[in-house]
Design a protein around this ligand. Structure first.
Ligand code: SAH
Ligand code: SF4
Length: 431
């Protein structure tokens, strides 16, 4: 979502003559678009700020200026504190106010910094943003939903991104068609709880995510649709069904469960059980047998016992994932779990995370190796790590490397898979 927001900041700043830059040296302004989800992400902001400060000082020595801004969820959560801690920062703004960047920049230049903008405006920023220009290329993100009303006891999202909000269907379809006009072949619909999407329609009814996917699939030139991130409780039957009927919807689903123990799920305020999750997985696999599943896990949530953790390991074995993200529980200020007295010691968290990741890596490698010899459709969108290599994504979201062939970039092509590894596949382009 921060990647998407950043591209919209480009759109907002373009009329003022600002364009994206590849280096600090060239930049008149540096915006750190930040994440508050775990402490590690937050710490990164301050170490990055240290680096940007040096650039600002270098410029100053040469008689030039540089504006430094902190946007996104750390900006939202810490506000003016950031300027107290790092006085060389000129502007701090939250995740809902970046449409006001031109005014903020003008003020910062006029007043020599000190701009803090944290409002959750009455008018949605989406209604005030300029038309999207596709700066994202062949594979583009599109935010359809923001915020969250679920209040899981570990999570800052409801506080930093605000209440759940869905963009109207017409706005989503319009933006998607603009992205496609600008060259997008794949669109990933974004939301903190994207499957809770319920966009207003012109007739006053609301569109579900499944309805929206169906509508987007009608856009000529759009070839792939994905959506992320979903909550198990919002995995409605119409959404499961469309995985079986809509060919443009990719056979991949990121469906975080966080933990495999009912006791912990309850303390997390997830409002679903492990059996409920298994039922959804079963329905999905019945509808789309080859669907690749991905997940998020938190280990070492307060009071998690060895037995609770084994329940998570058991869930992973039963589901069998194509990939997953996993994190040590990170206490976040202002969330209920942060003040729980039964915090799990760091060493135990580390041990559990290592075991969980080893299991996930095993499943992921097996999944990737099972592709060897098969022909997959791959959308190539960037250069590979090595010279003369192209990198693309399979329908199952795997990274696929091939030898570069002229004209291949930006296309969906059949690739015969020759190698399967932990994080990628290799292959040969057919024809
Ligand atoms: N809405 C999604 C998740 C959004 S947050 C859902 O409900 O599943 C992205 C991921 O960050 C979460 O899935 C969770 O695994 C992780 N996360 C959130 N808060 C965390 C915390 N306090 N400590 C560790 N991981 C956390
Ligand atoms: Fe955070 Fe997701 Fe829970 Fe909302 S549903 S509080 S975004 S983990």
């Amino acid at each position: 979502m921060n990647v998407y927001d950043t591209t919209r900041m480009y759109d907002v700043m373009a009329p003022l003559g600002y364009t994206p830059s590849n280096s600090y040296e060239d930049a008149d302004m540096v915006i750190l678009n930040t994440c508050h989800i775990r402490e590690k992400a937050e710490d990164k902001v301050f170490s990055d700020l240290g680096r940007v400060r040096l650039e600002k000082e270098k410029k100053k020595a040469g008689g030039e200026k540089m504006l430094i801004a902190v946007g996104g969820c750390v900006g939202q959560a810490e506000g003016a504190e950031i300027i107290t801690r790092a006085p060389y920062v000129d502007m701090v703004f939250g995740s809902q106010s970046y449409h006001q960047l031109p005014e903020m920049v003008t003020k910062a230049i006029r007043d020599g910094g000190g701009v803090v903008e944290l409002d959750f405006p009455q008018v949605q920023k989406f209604d005030l943003l300029p038309e999207v220009s596709n700066t994202q290329g062949v594979s583009a993100f599109l935010s359809v939903q923001e915020g969250c009303d679920k209040f899981c006891s570990f999570c800052v999202v409801p506080y930093t991104r605000g209440a759940e909000y869905s963009r109207p269907l017409a706005a989503v379809i319009y933006e998607a068609s603009k992205l496609v006009d600008g060259g997008a072949k794949e669109i990933t619909l974004l939301g903190q709880n994207v499957n809770a999407y319920h966009g207003e329609m012109t007739d006053g009814k609301t569109a579900s995510l499944a309805y929206t996917i169906d509508a987007l699939a009608q856009i000529n030139g759009l070839e792939r649709i994905r959506y992320i991130t979903s909550h198990p409780r919002d995995m409605s039957d119409d959404l499961i069904a469309i995985h079986g009927s809509e060919k443009k919807l990719m056979p991949y689903l990121h469906l975080p469960v966080q933990a495999g123990s009912d006791e912990i799920l309850k303390k997390m305020n997830r409002k679903h059980t492990r059996d409920f999750y298994f039922e959804i997985i079963e329905k999905l696999r019945k509808t789309r047998p080859d669907i690749a599943l991905s997940c998020d896990f938190i280990v070492g949530f307060p009071s998690e016992t060895d037995e609770n953790f084994e329940d998570t390991m058991d869930l992973i074995r039963r589901v069998n994932y194509a990939s997953a993200y996993s994190f040590k529980y990170s206490p976040r200020p202002g969330t209920p779990a942060a003040t729980d007295e039964n915090q799990v010691p760091e060493l135990i968290k580390q041990e559990r995370l290592a075991r969980l990741q080893a299991l996930i890596h095993e499943q992921q490698t097996t999944f990737n190796q099972s592709m060897v010899g098969k022909t997959l459709k791959v959308l190539f969108d960037r250069e590979g790590k090595h010279n003369g290599q192209l990198l693309g994504k399979s329908e199952y979201m795997q990274s696929v490397y091939v030898k570069e062939i002229e004209g291949l970039r930006g296309k969906i092509t059949d690739v015969k898979i020759t190698g399967g590894f932990l994080n990628s596949l290799t292959g040969e382009v057919i024809n």
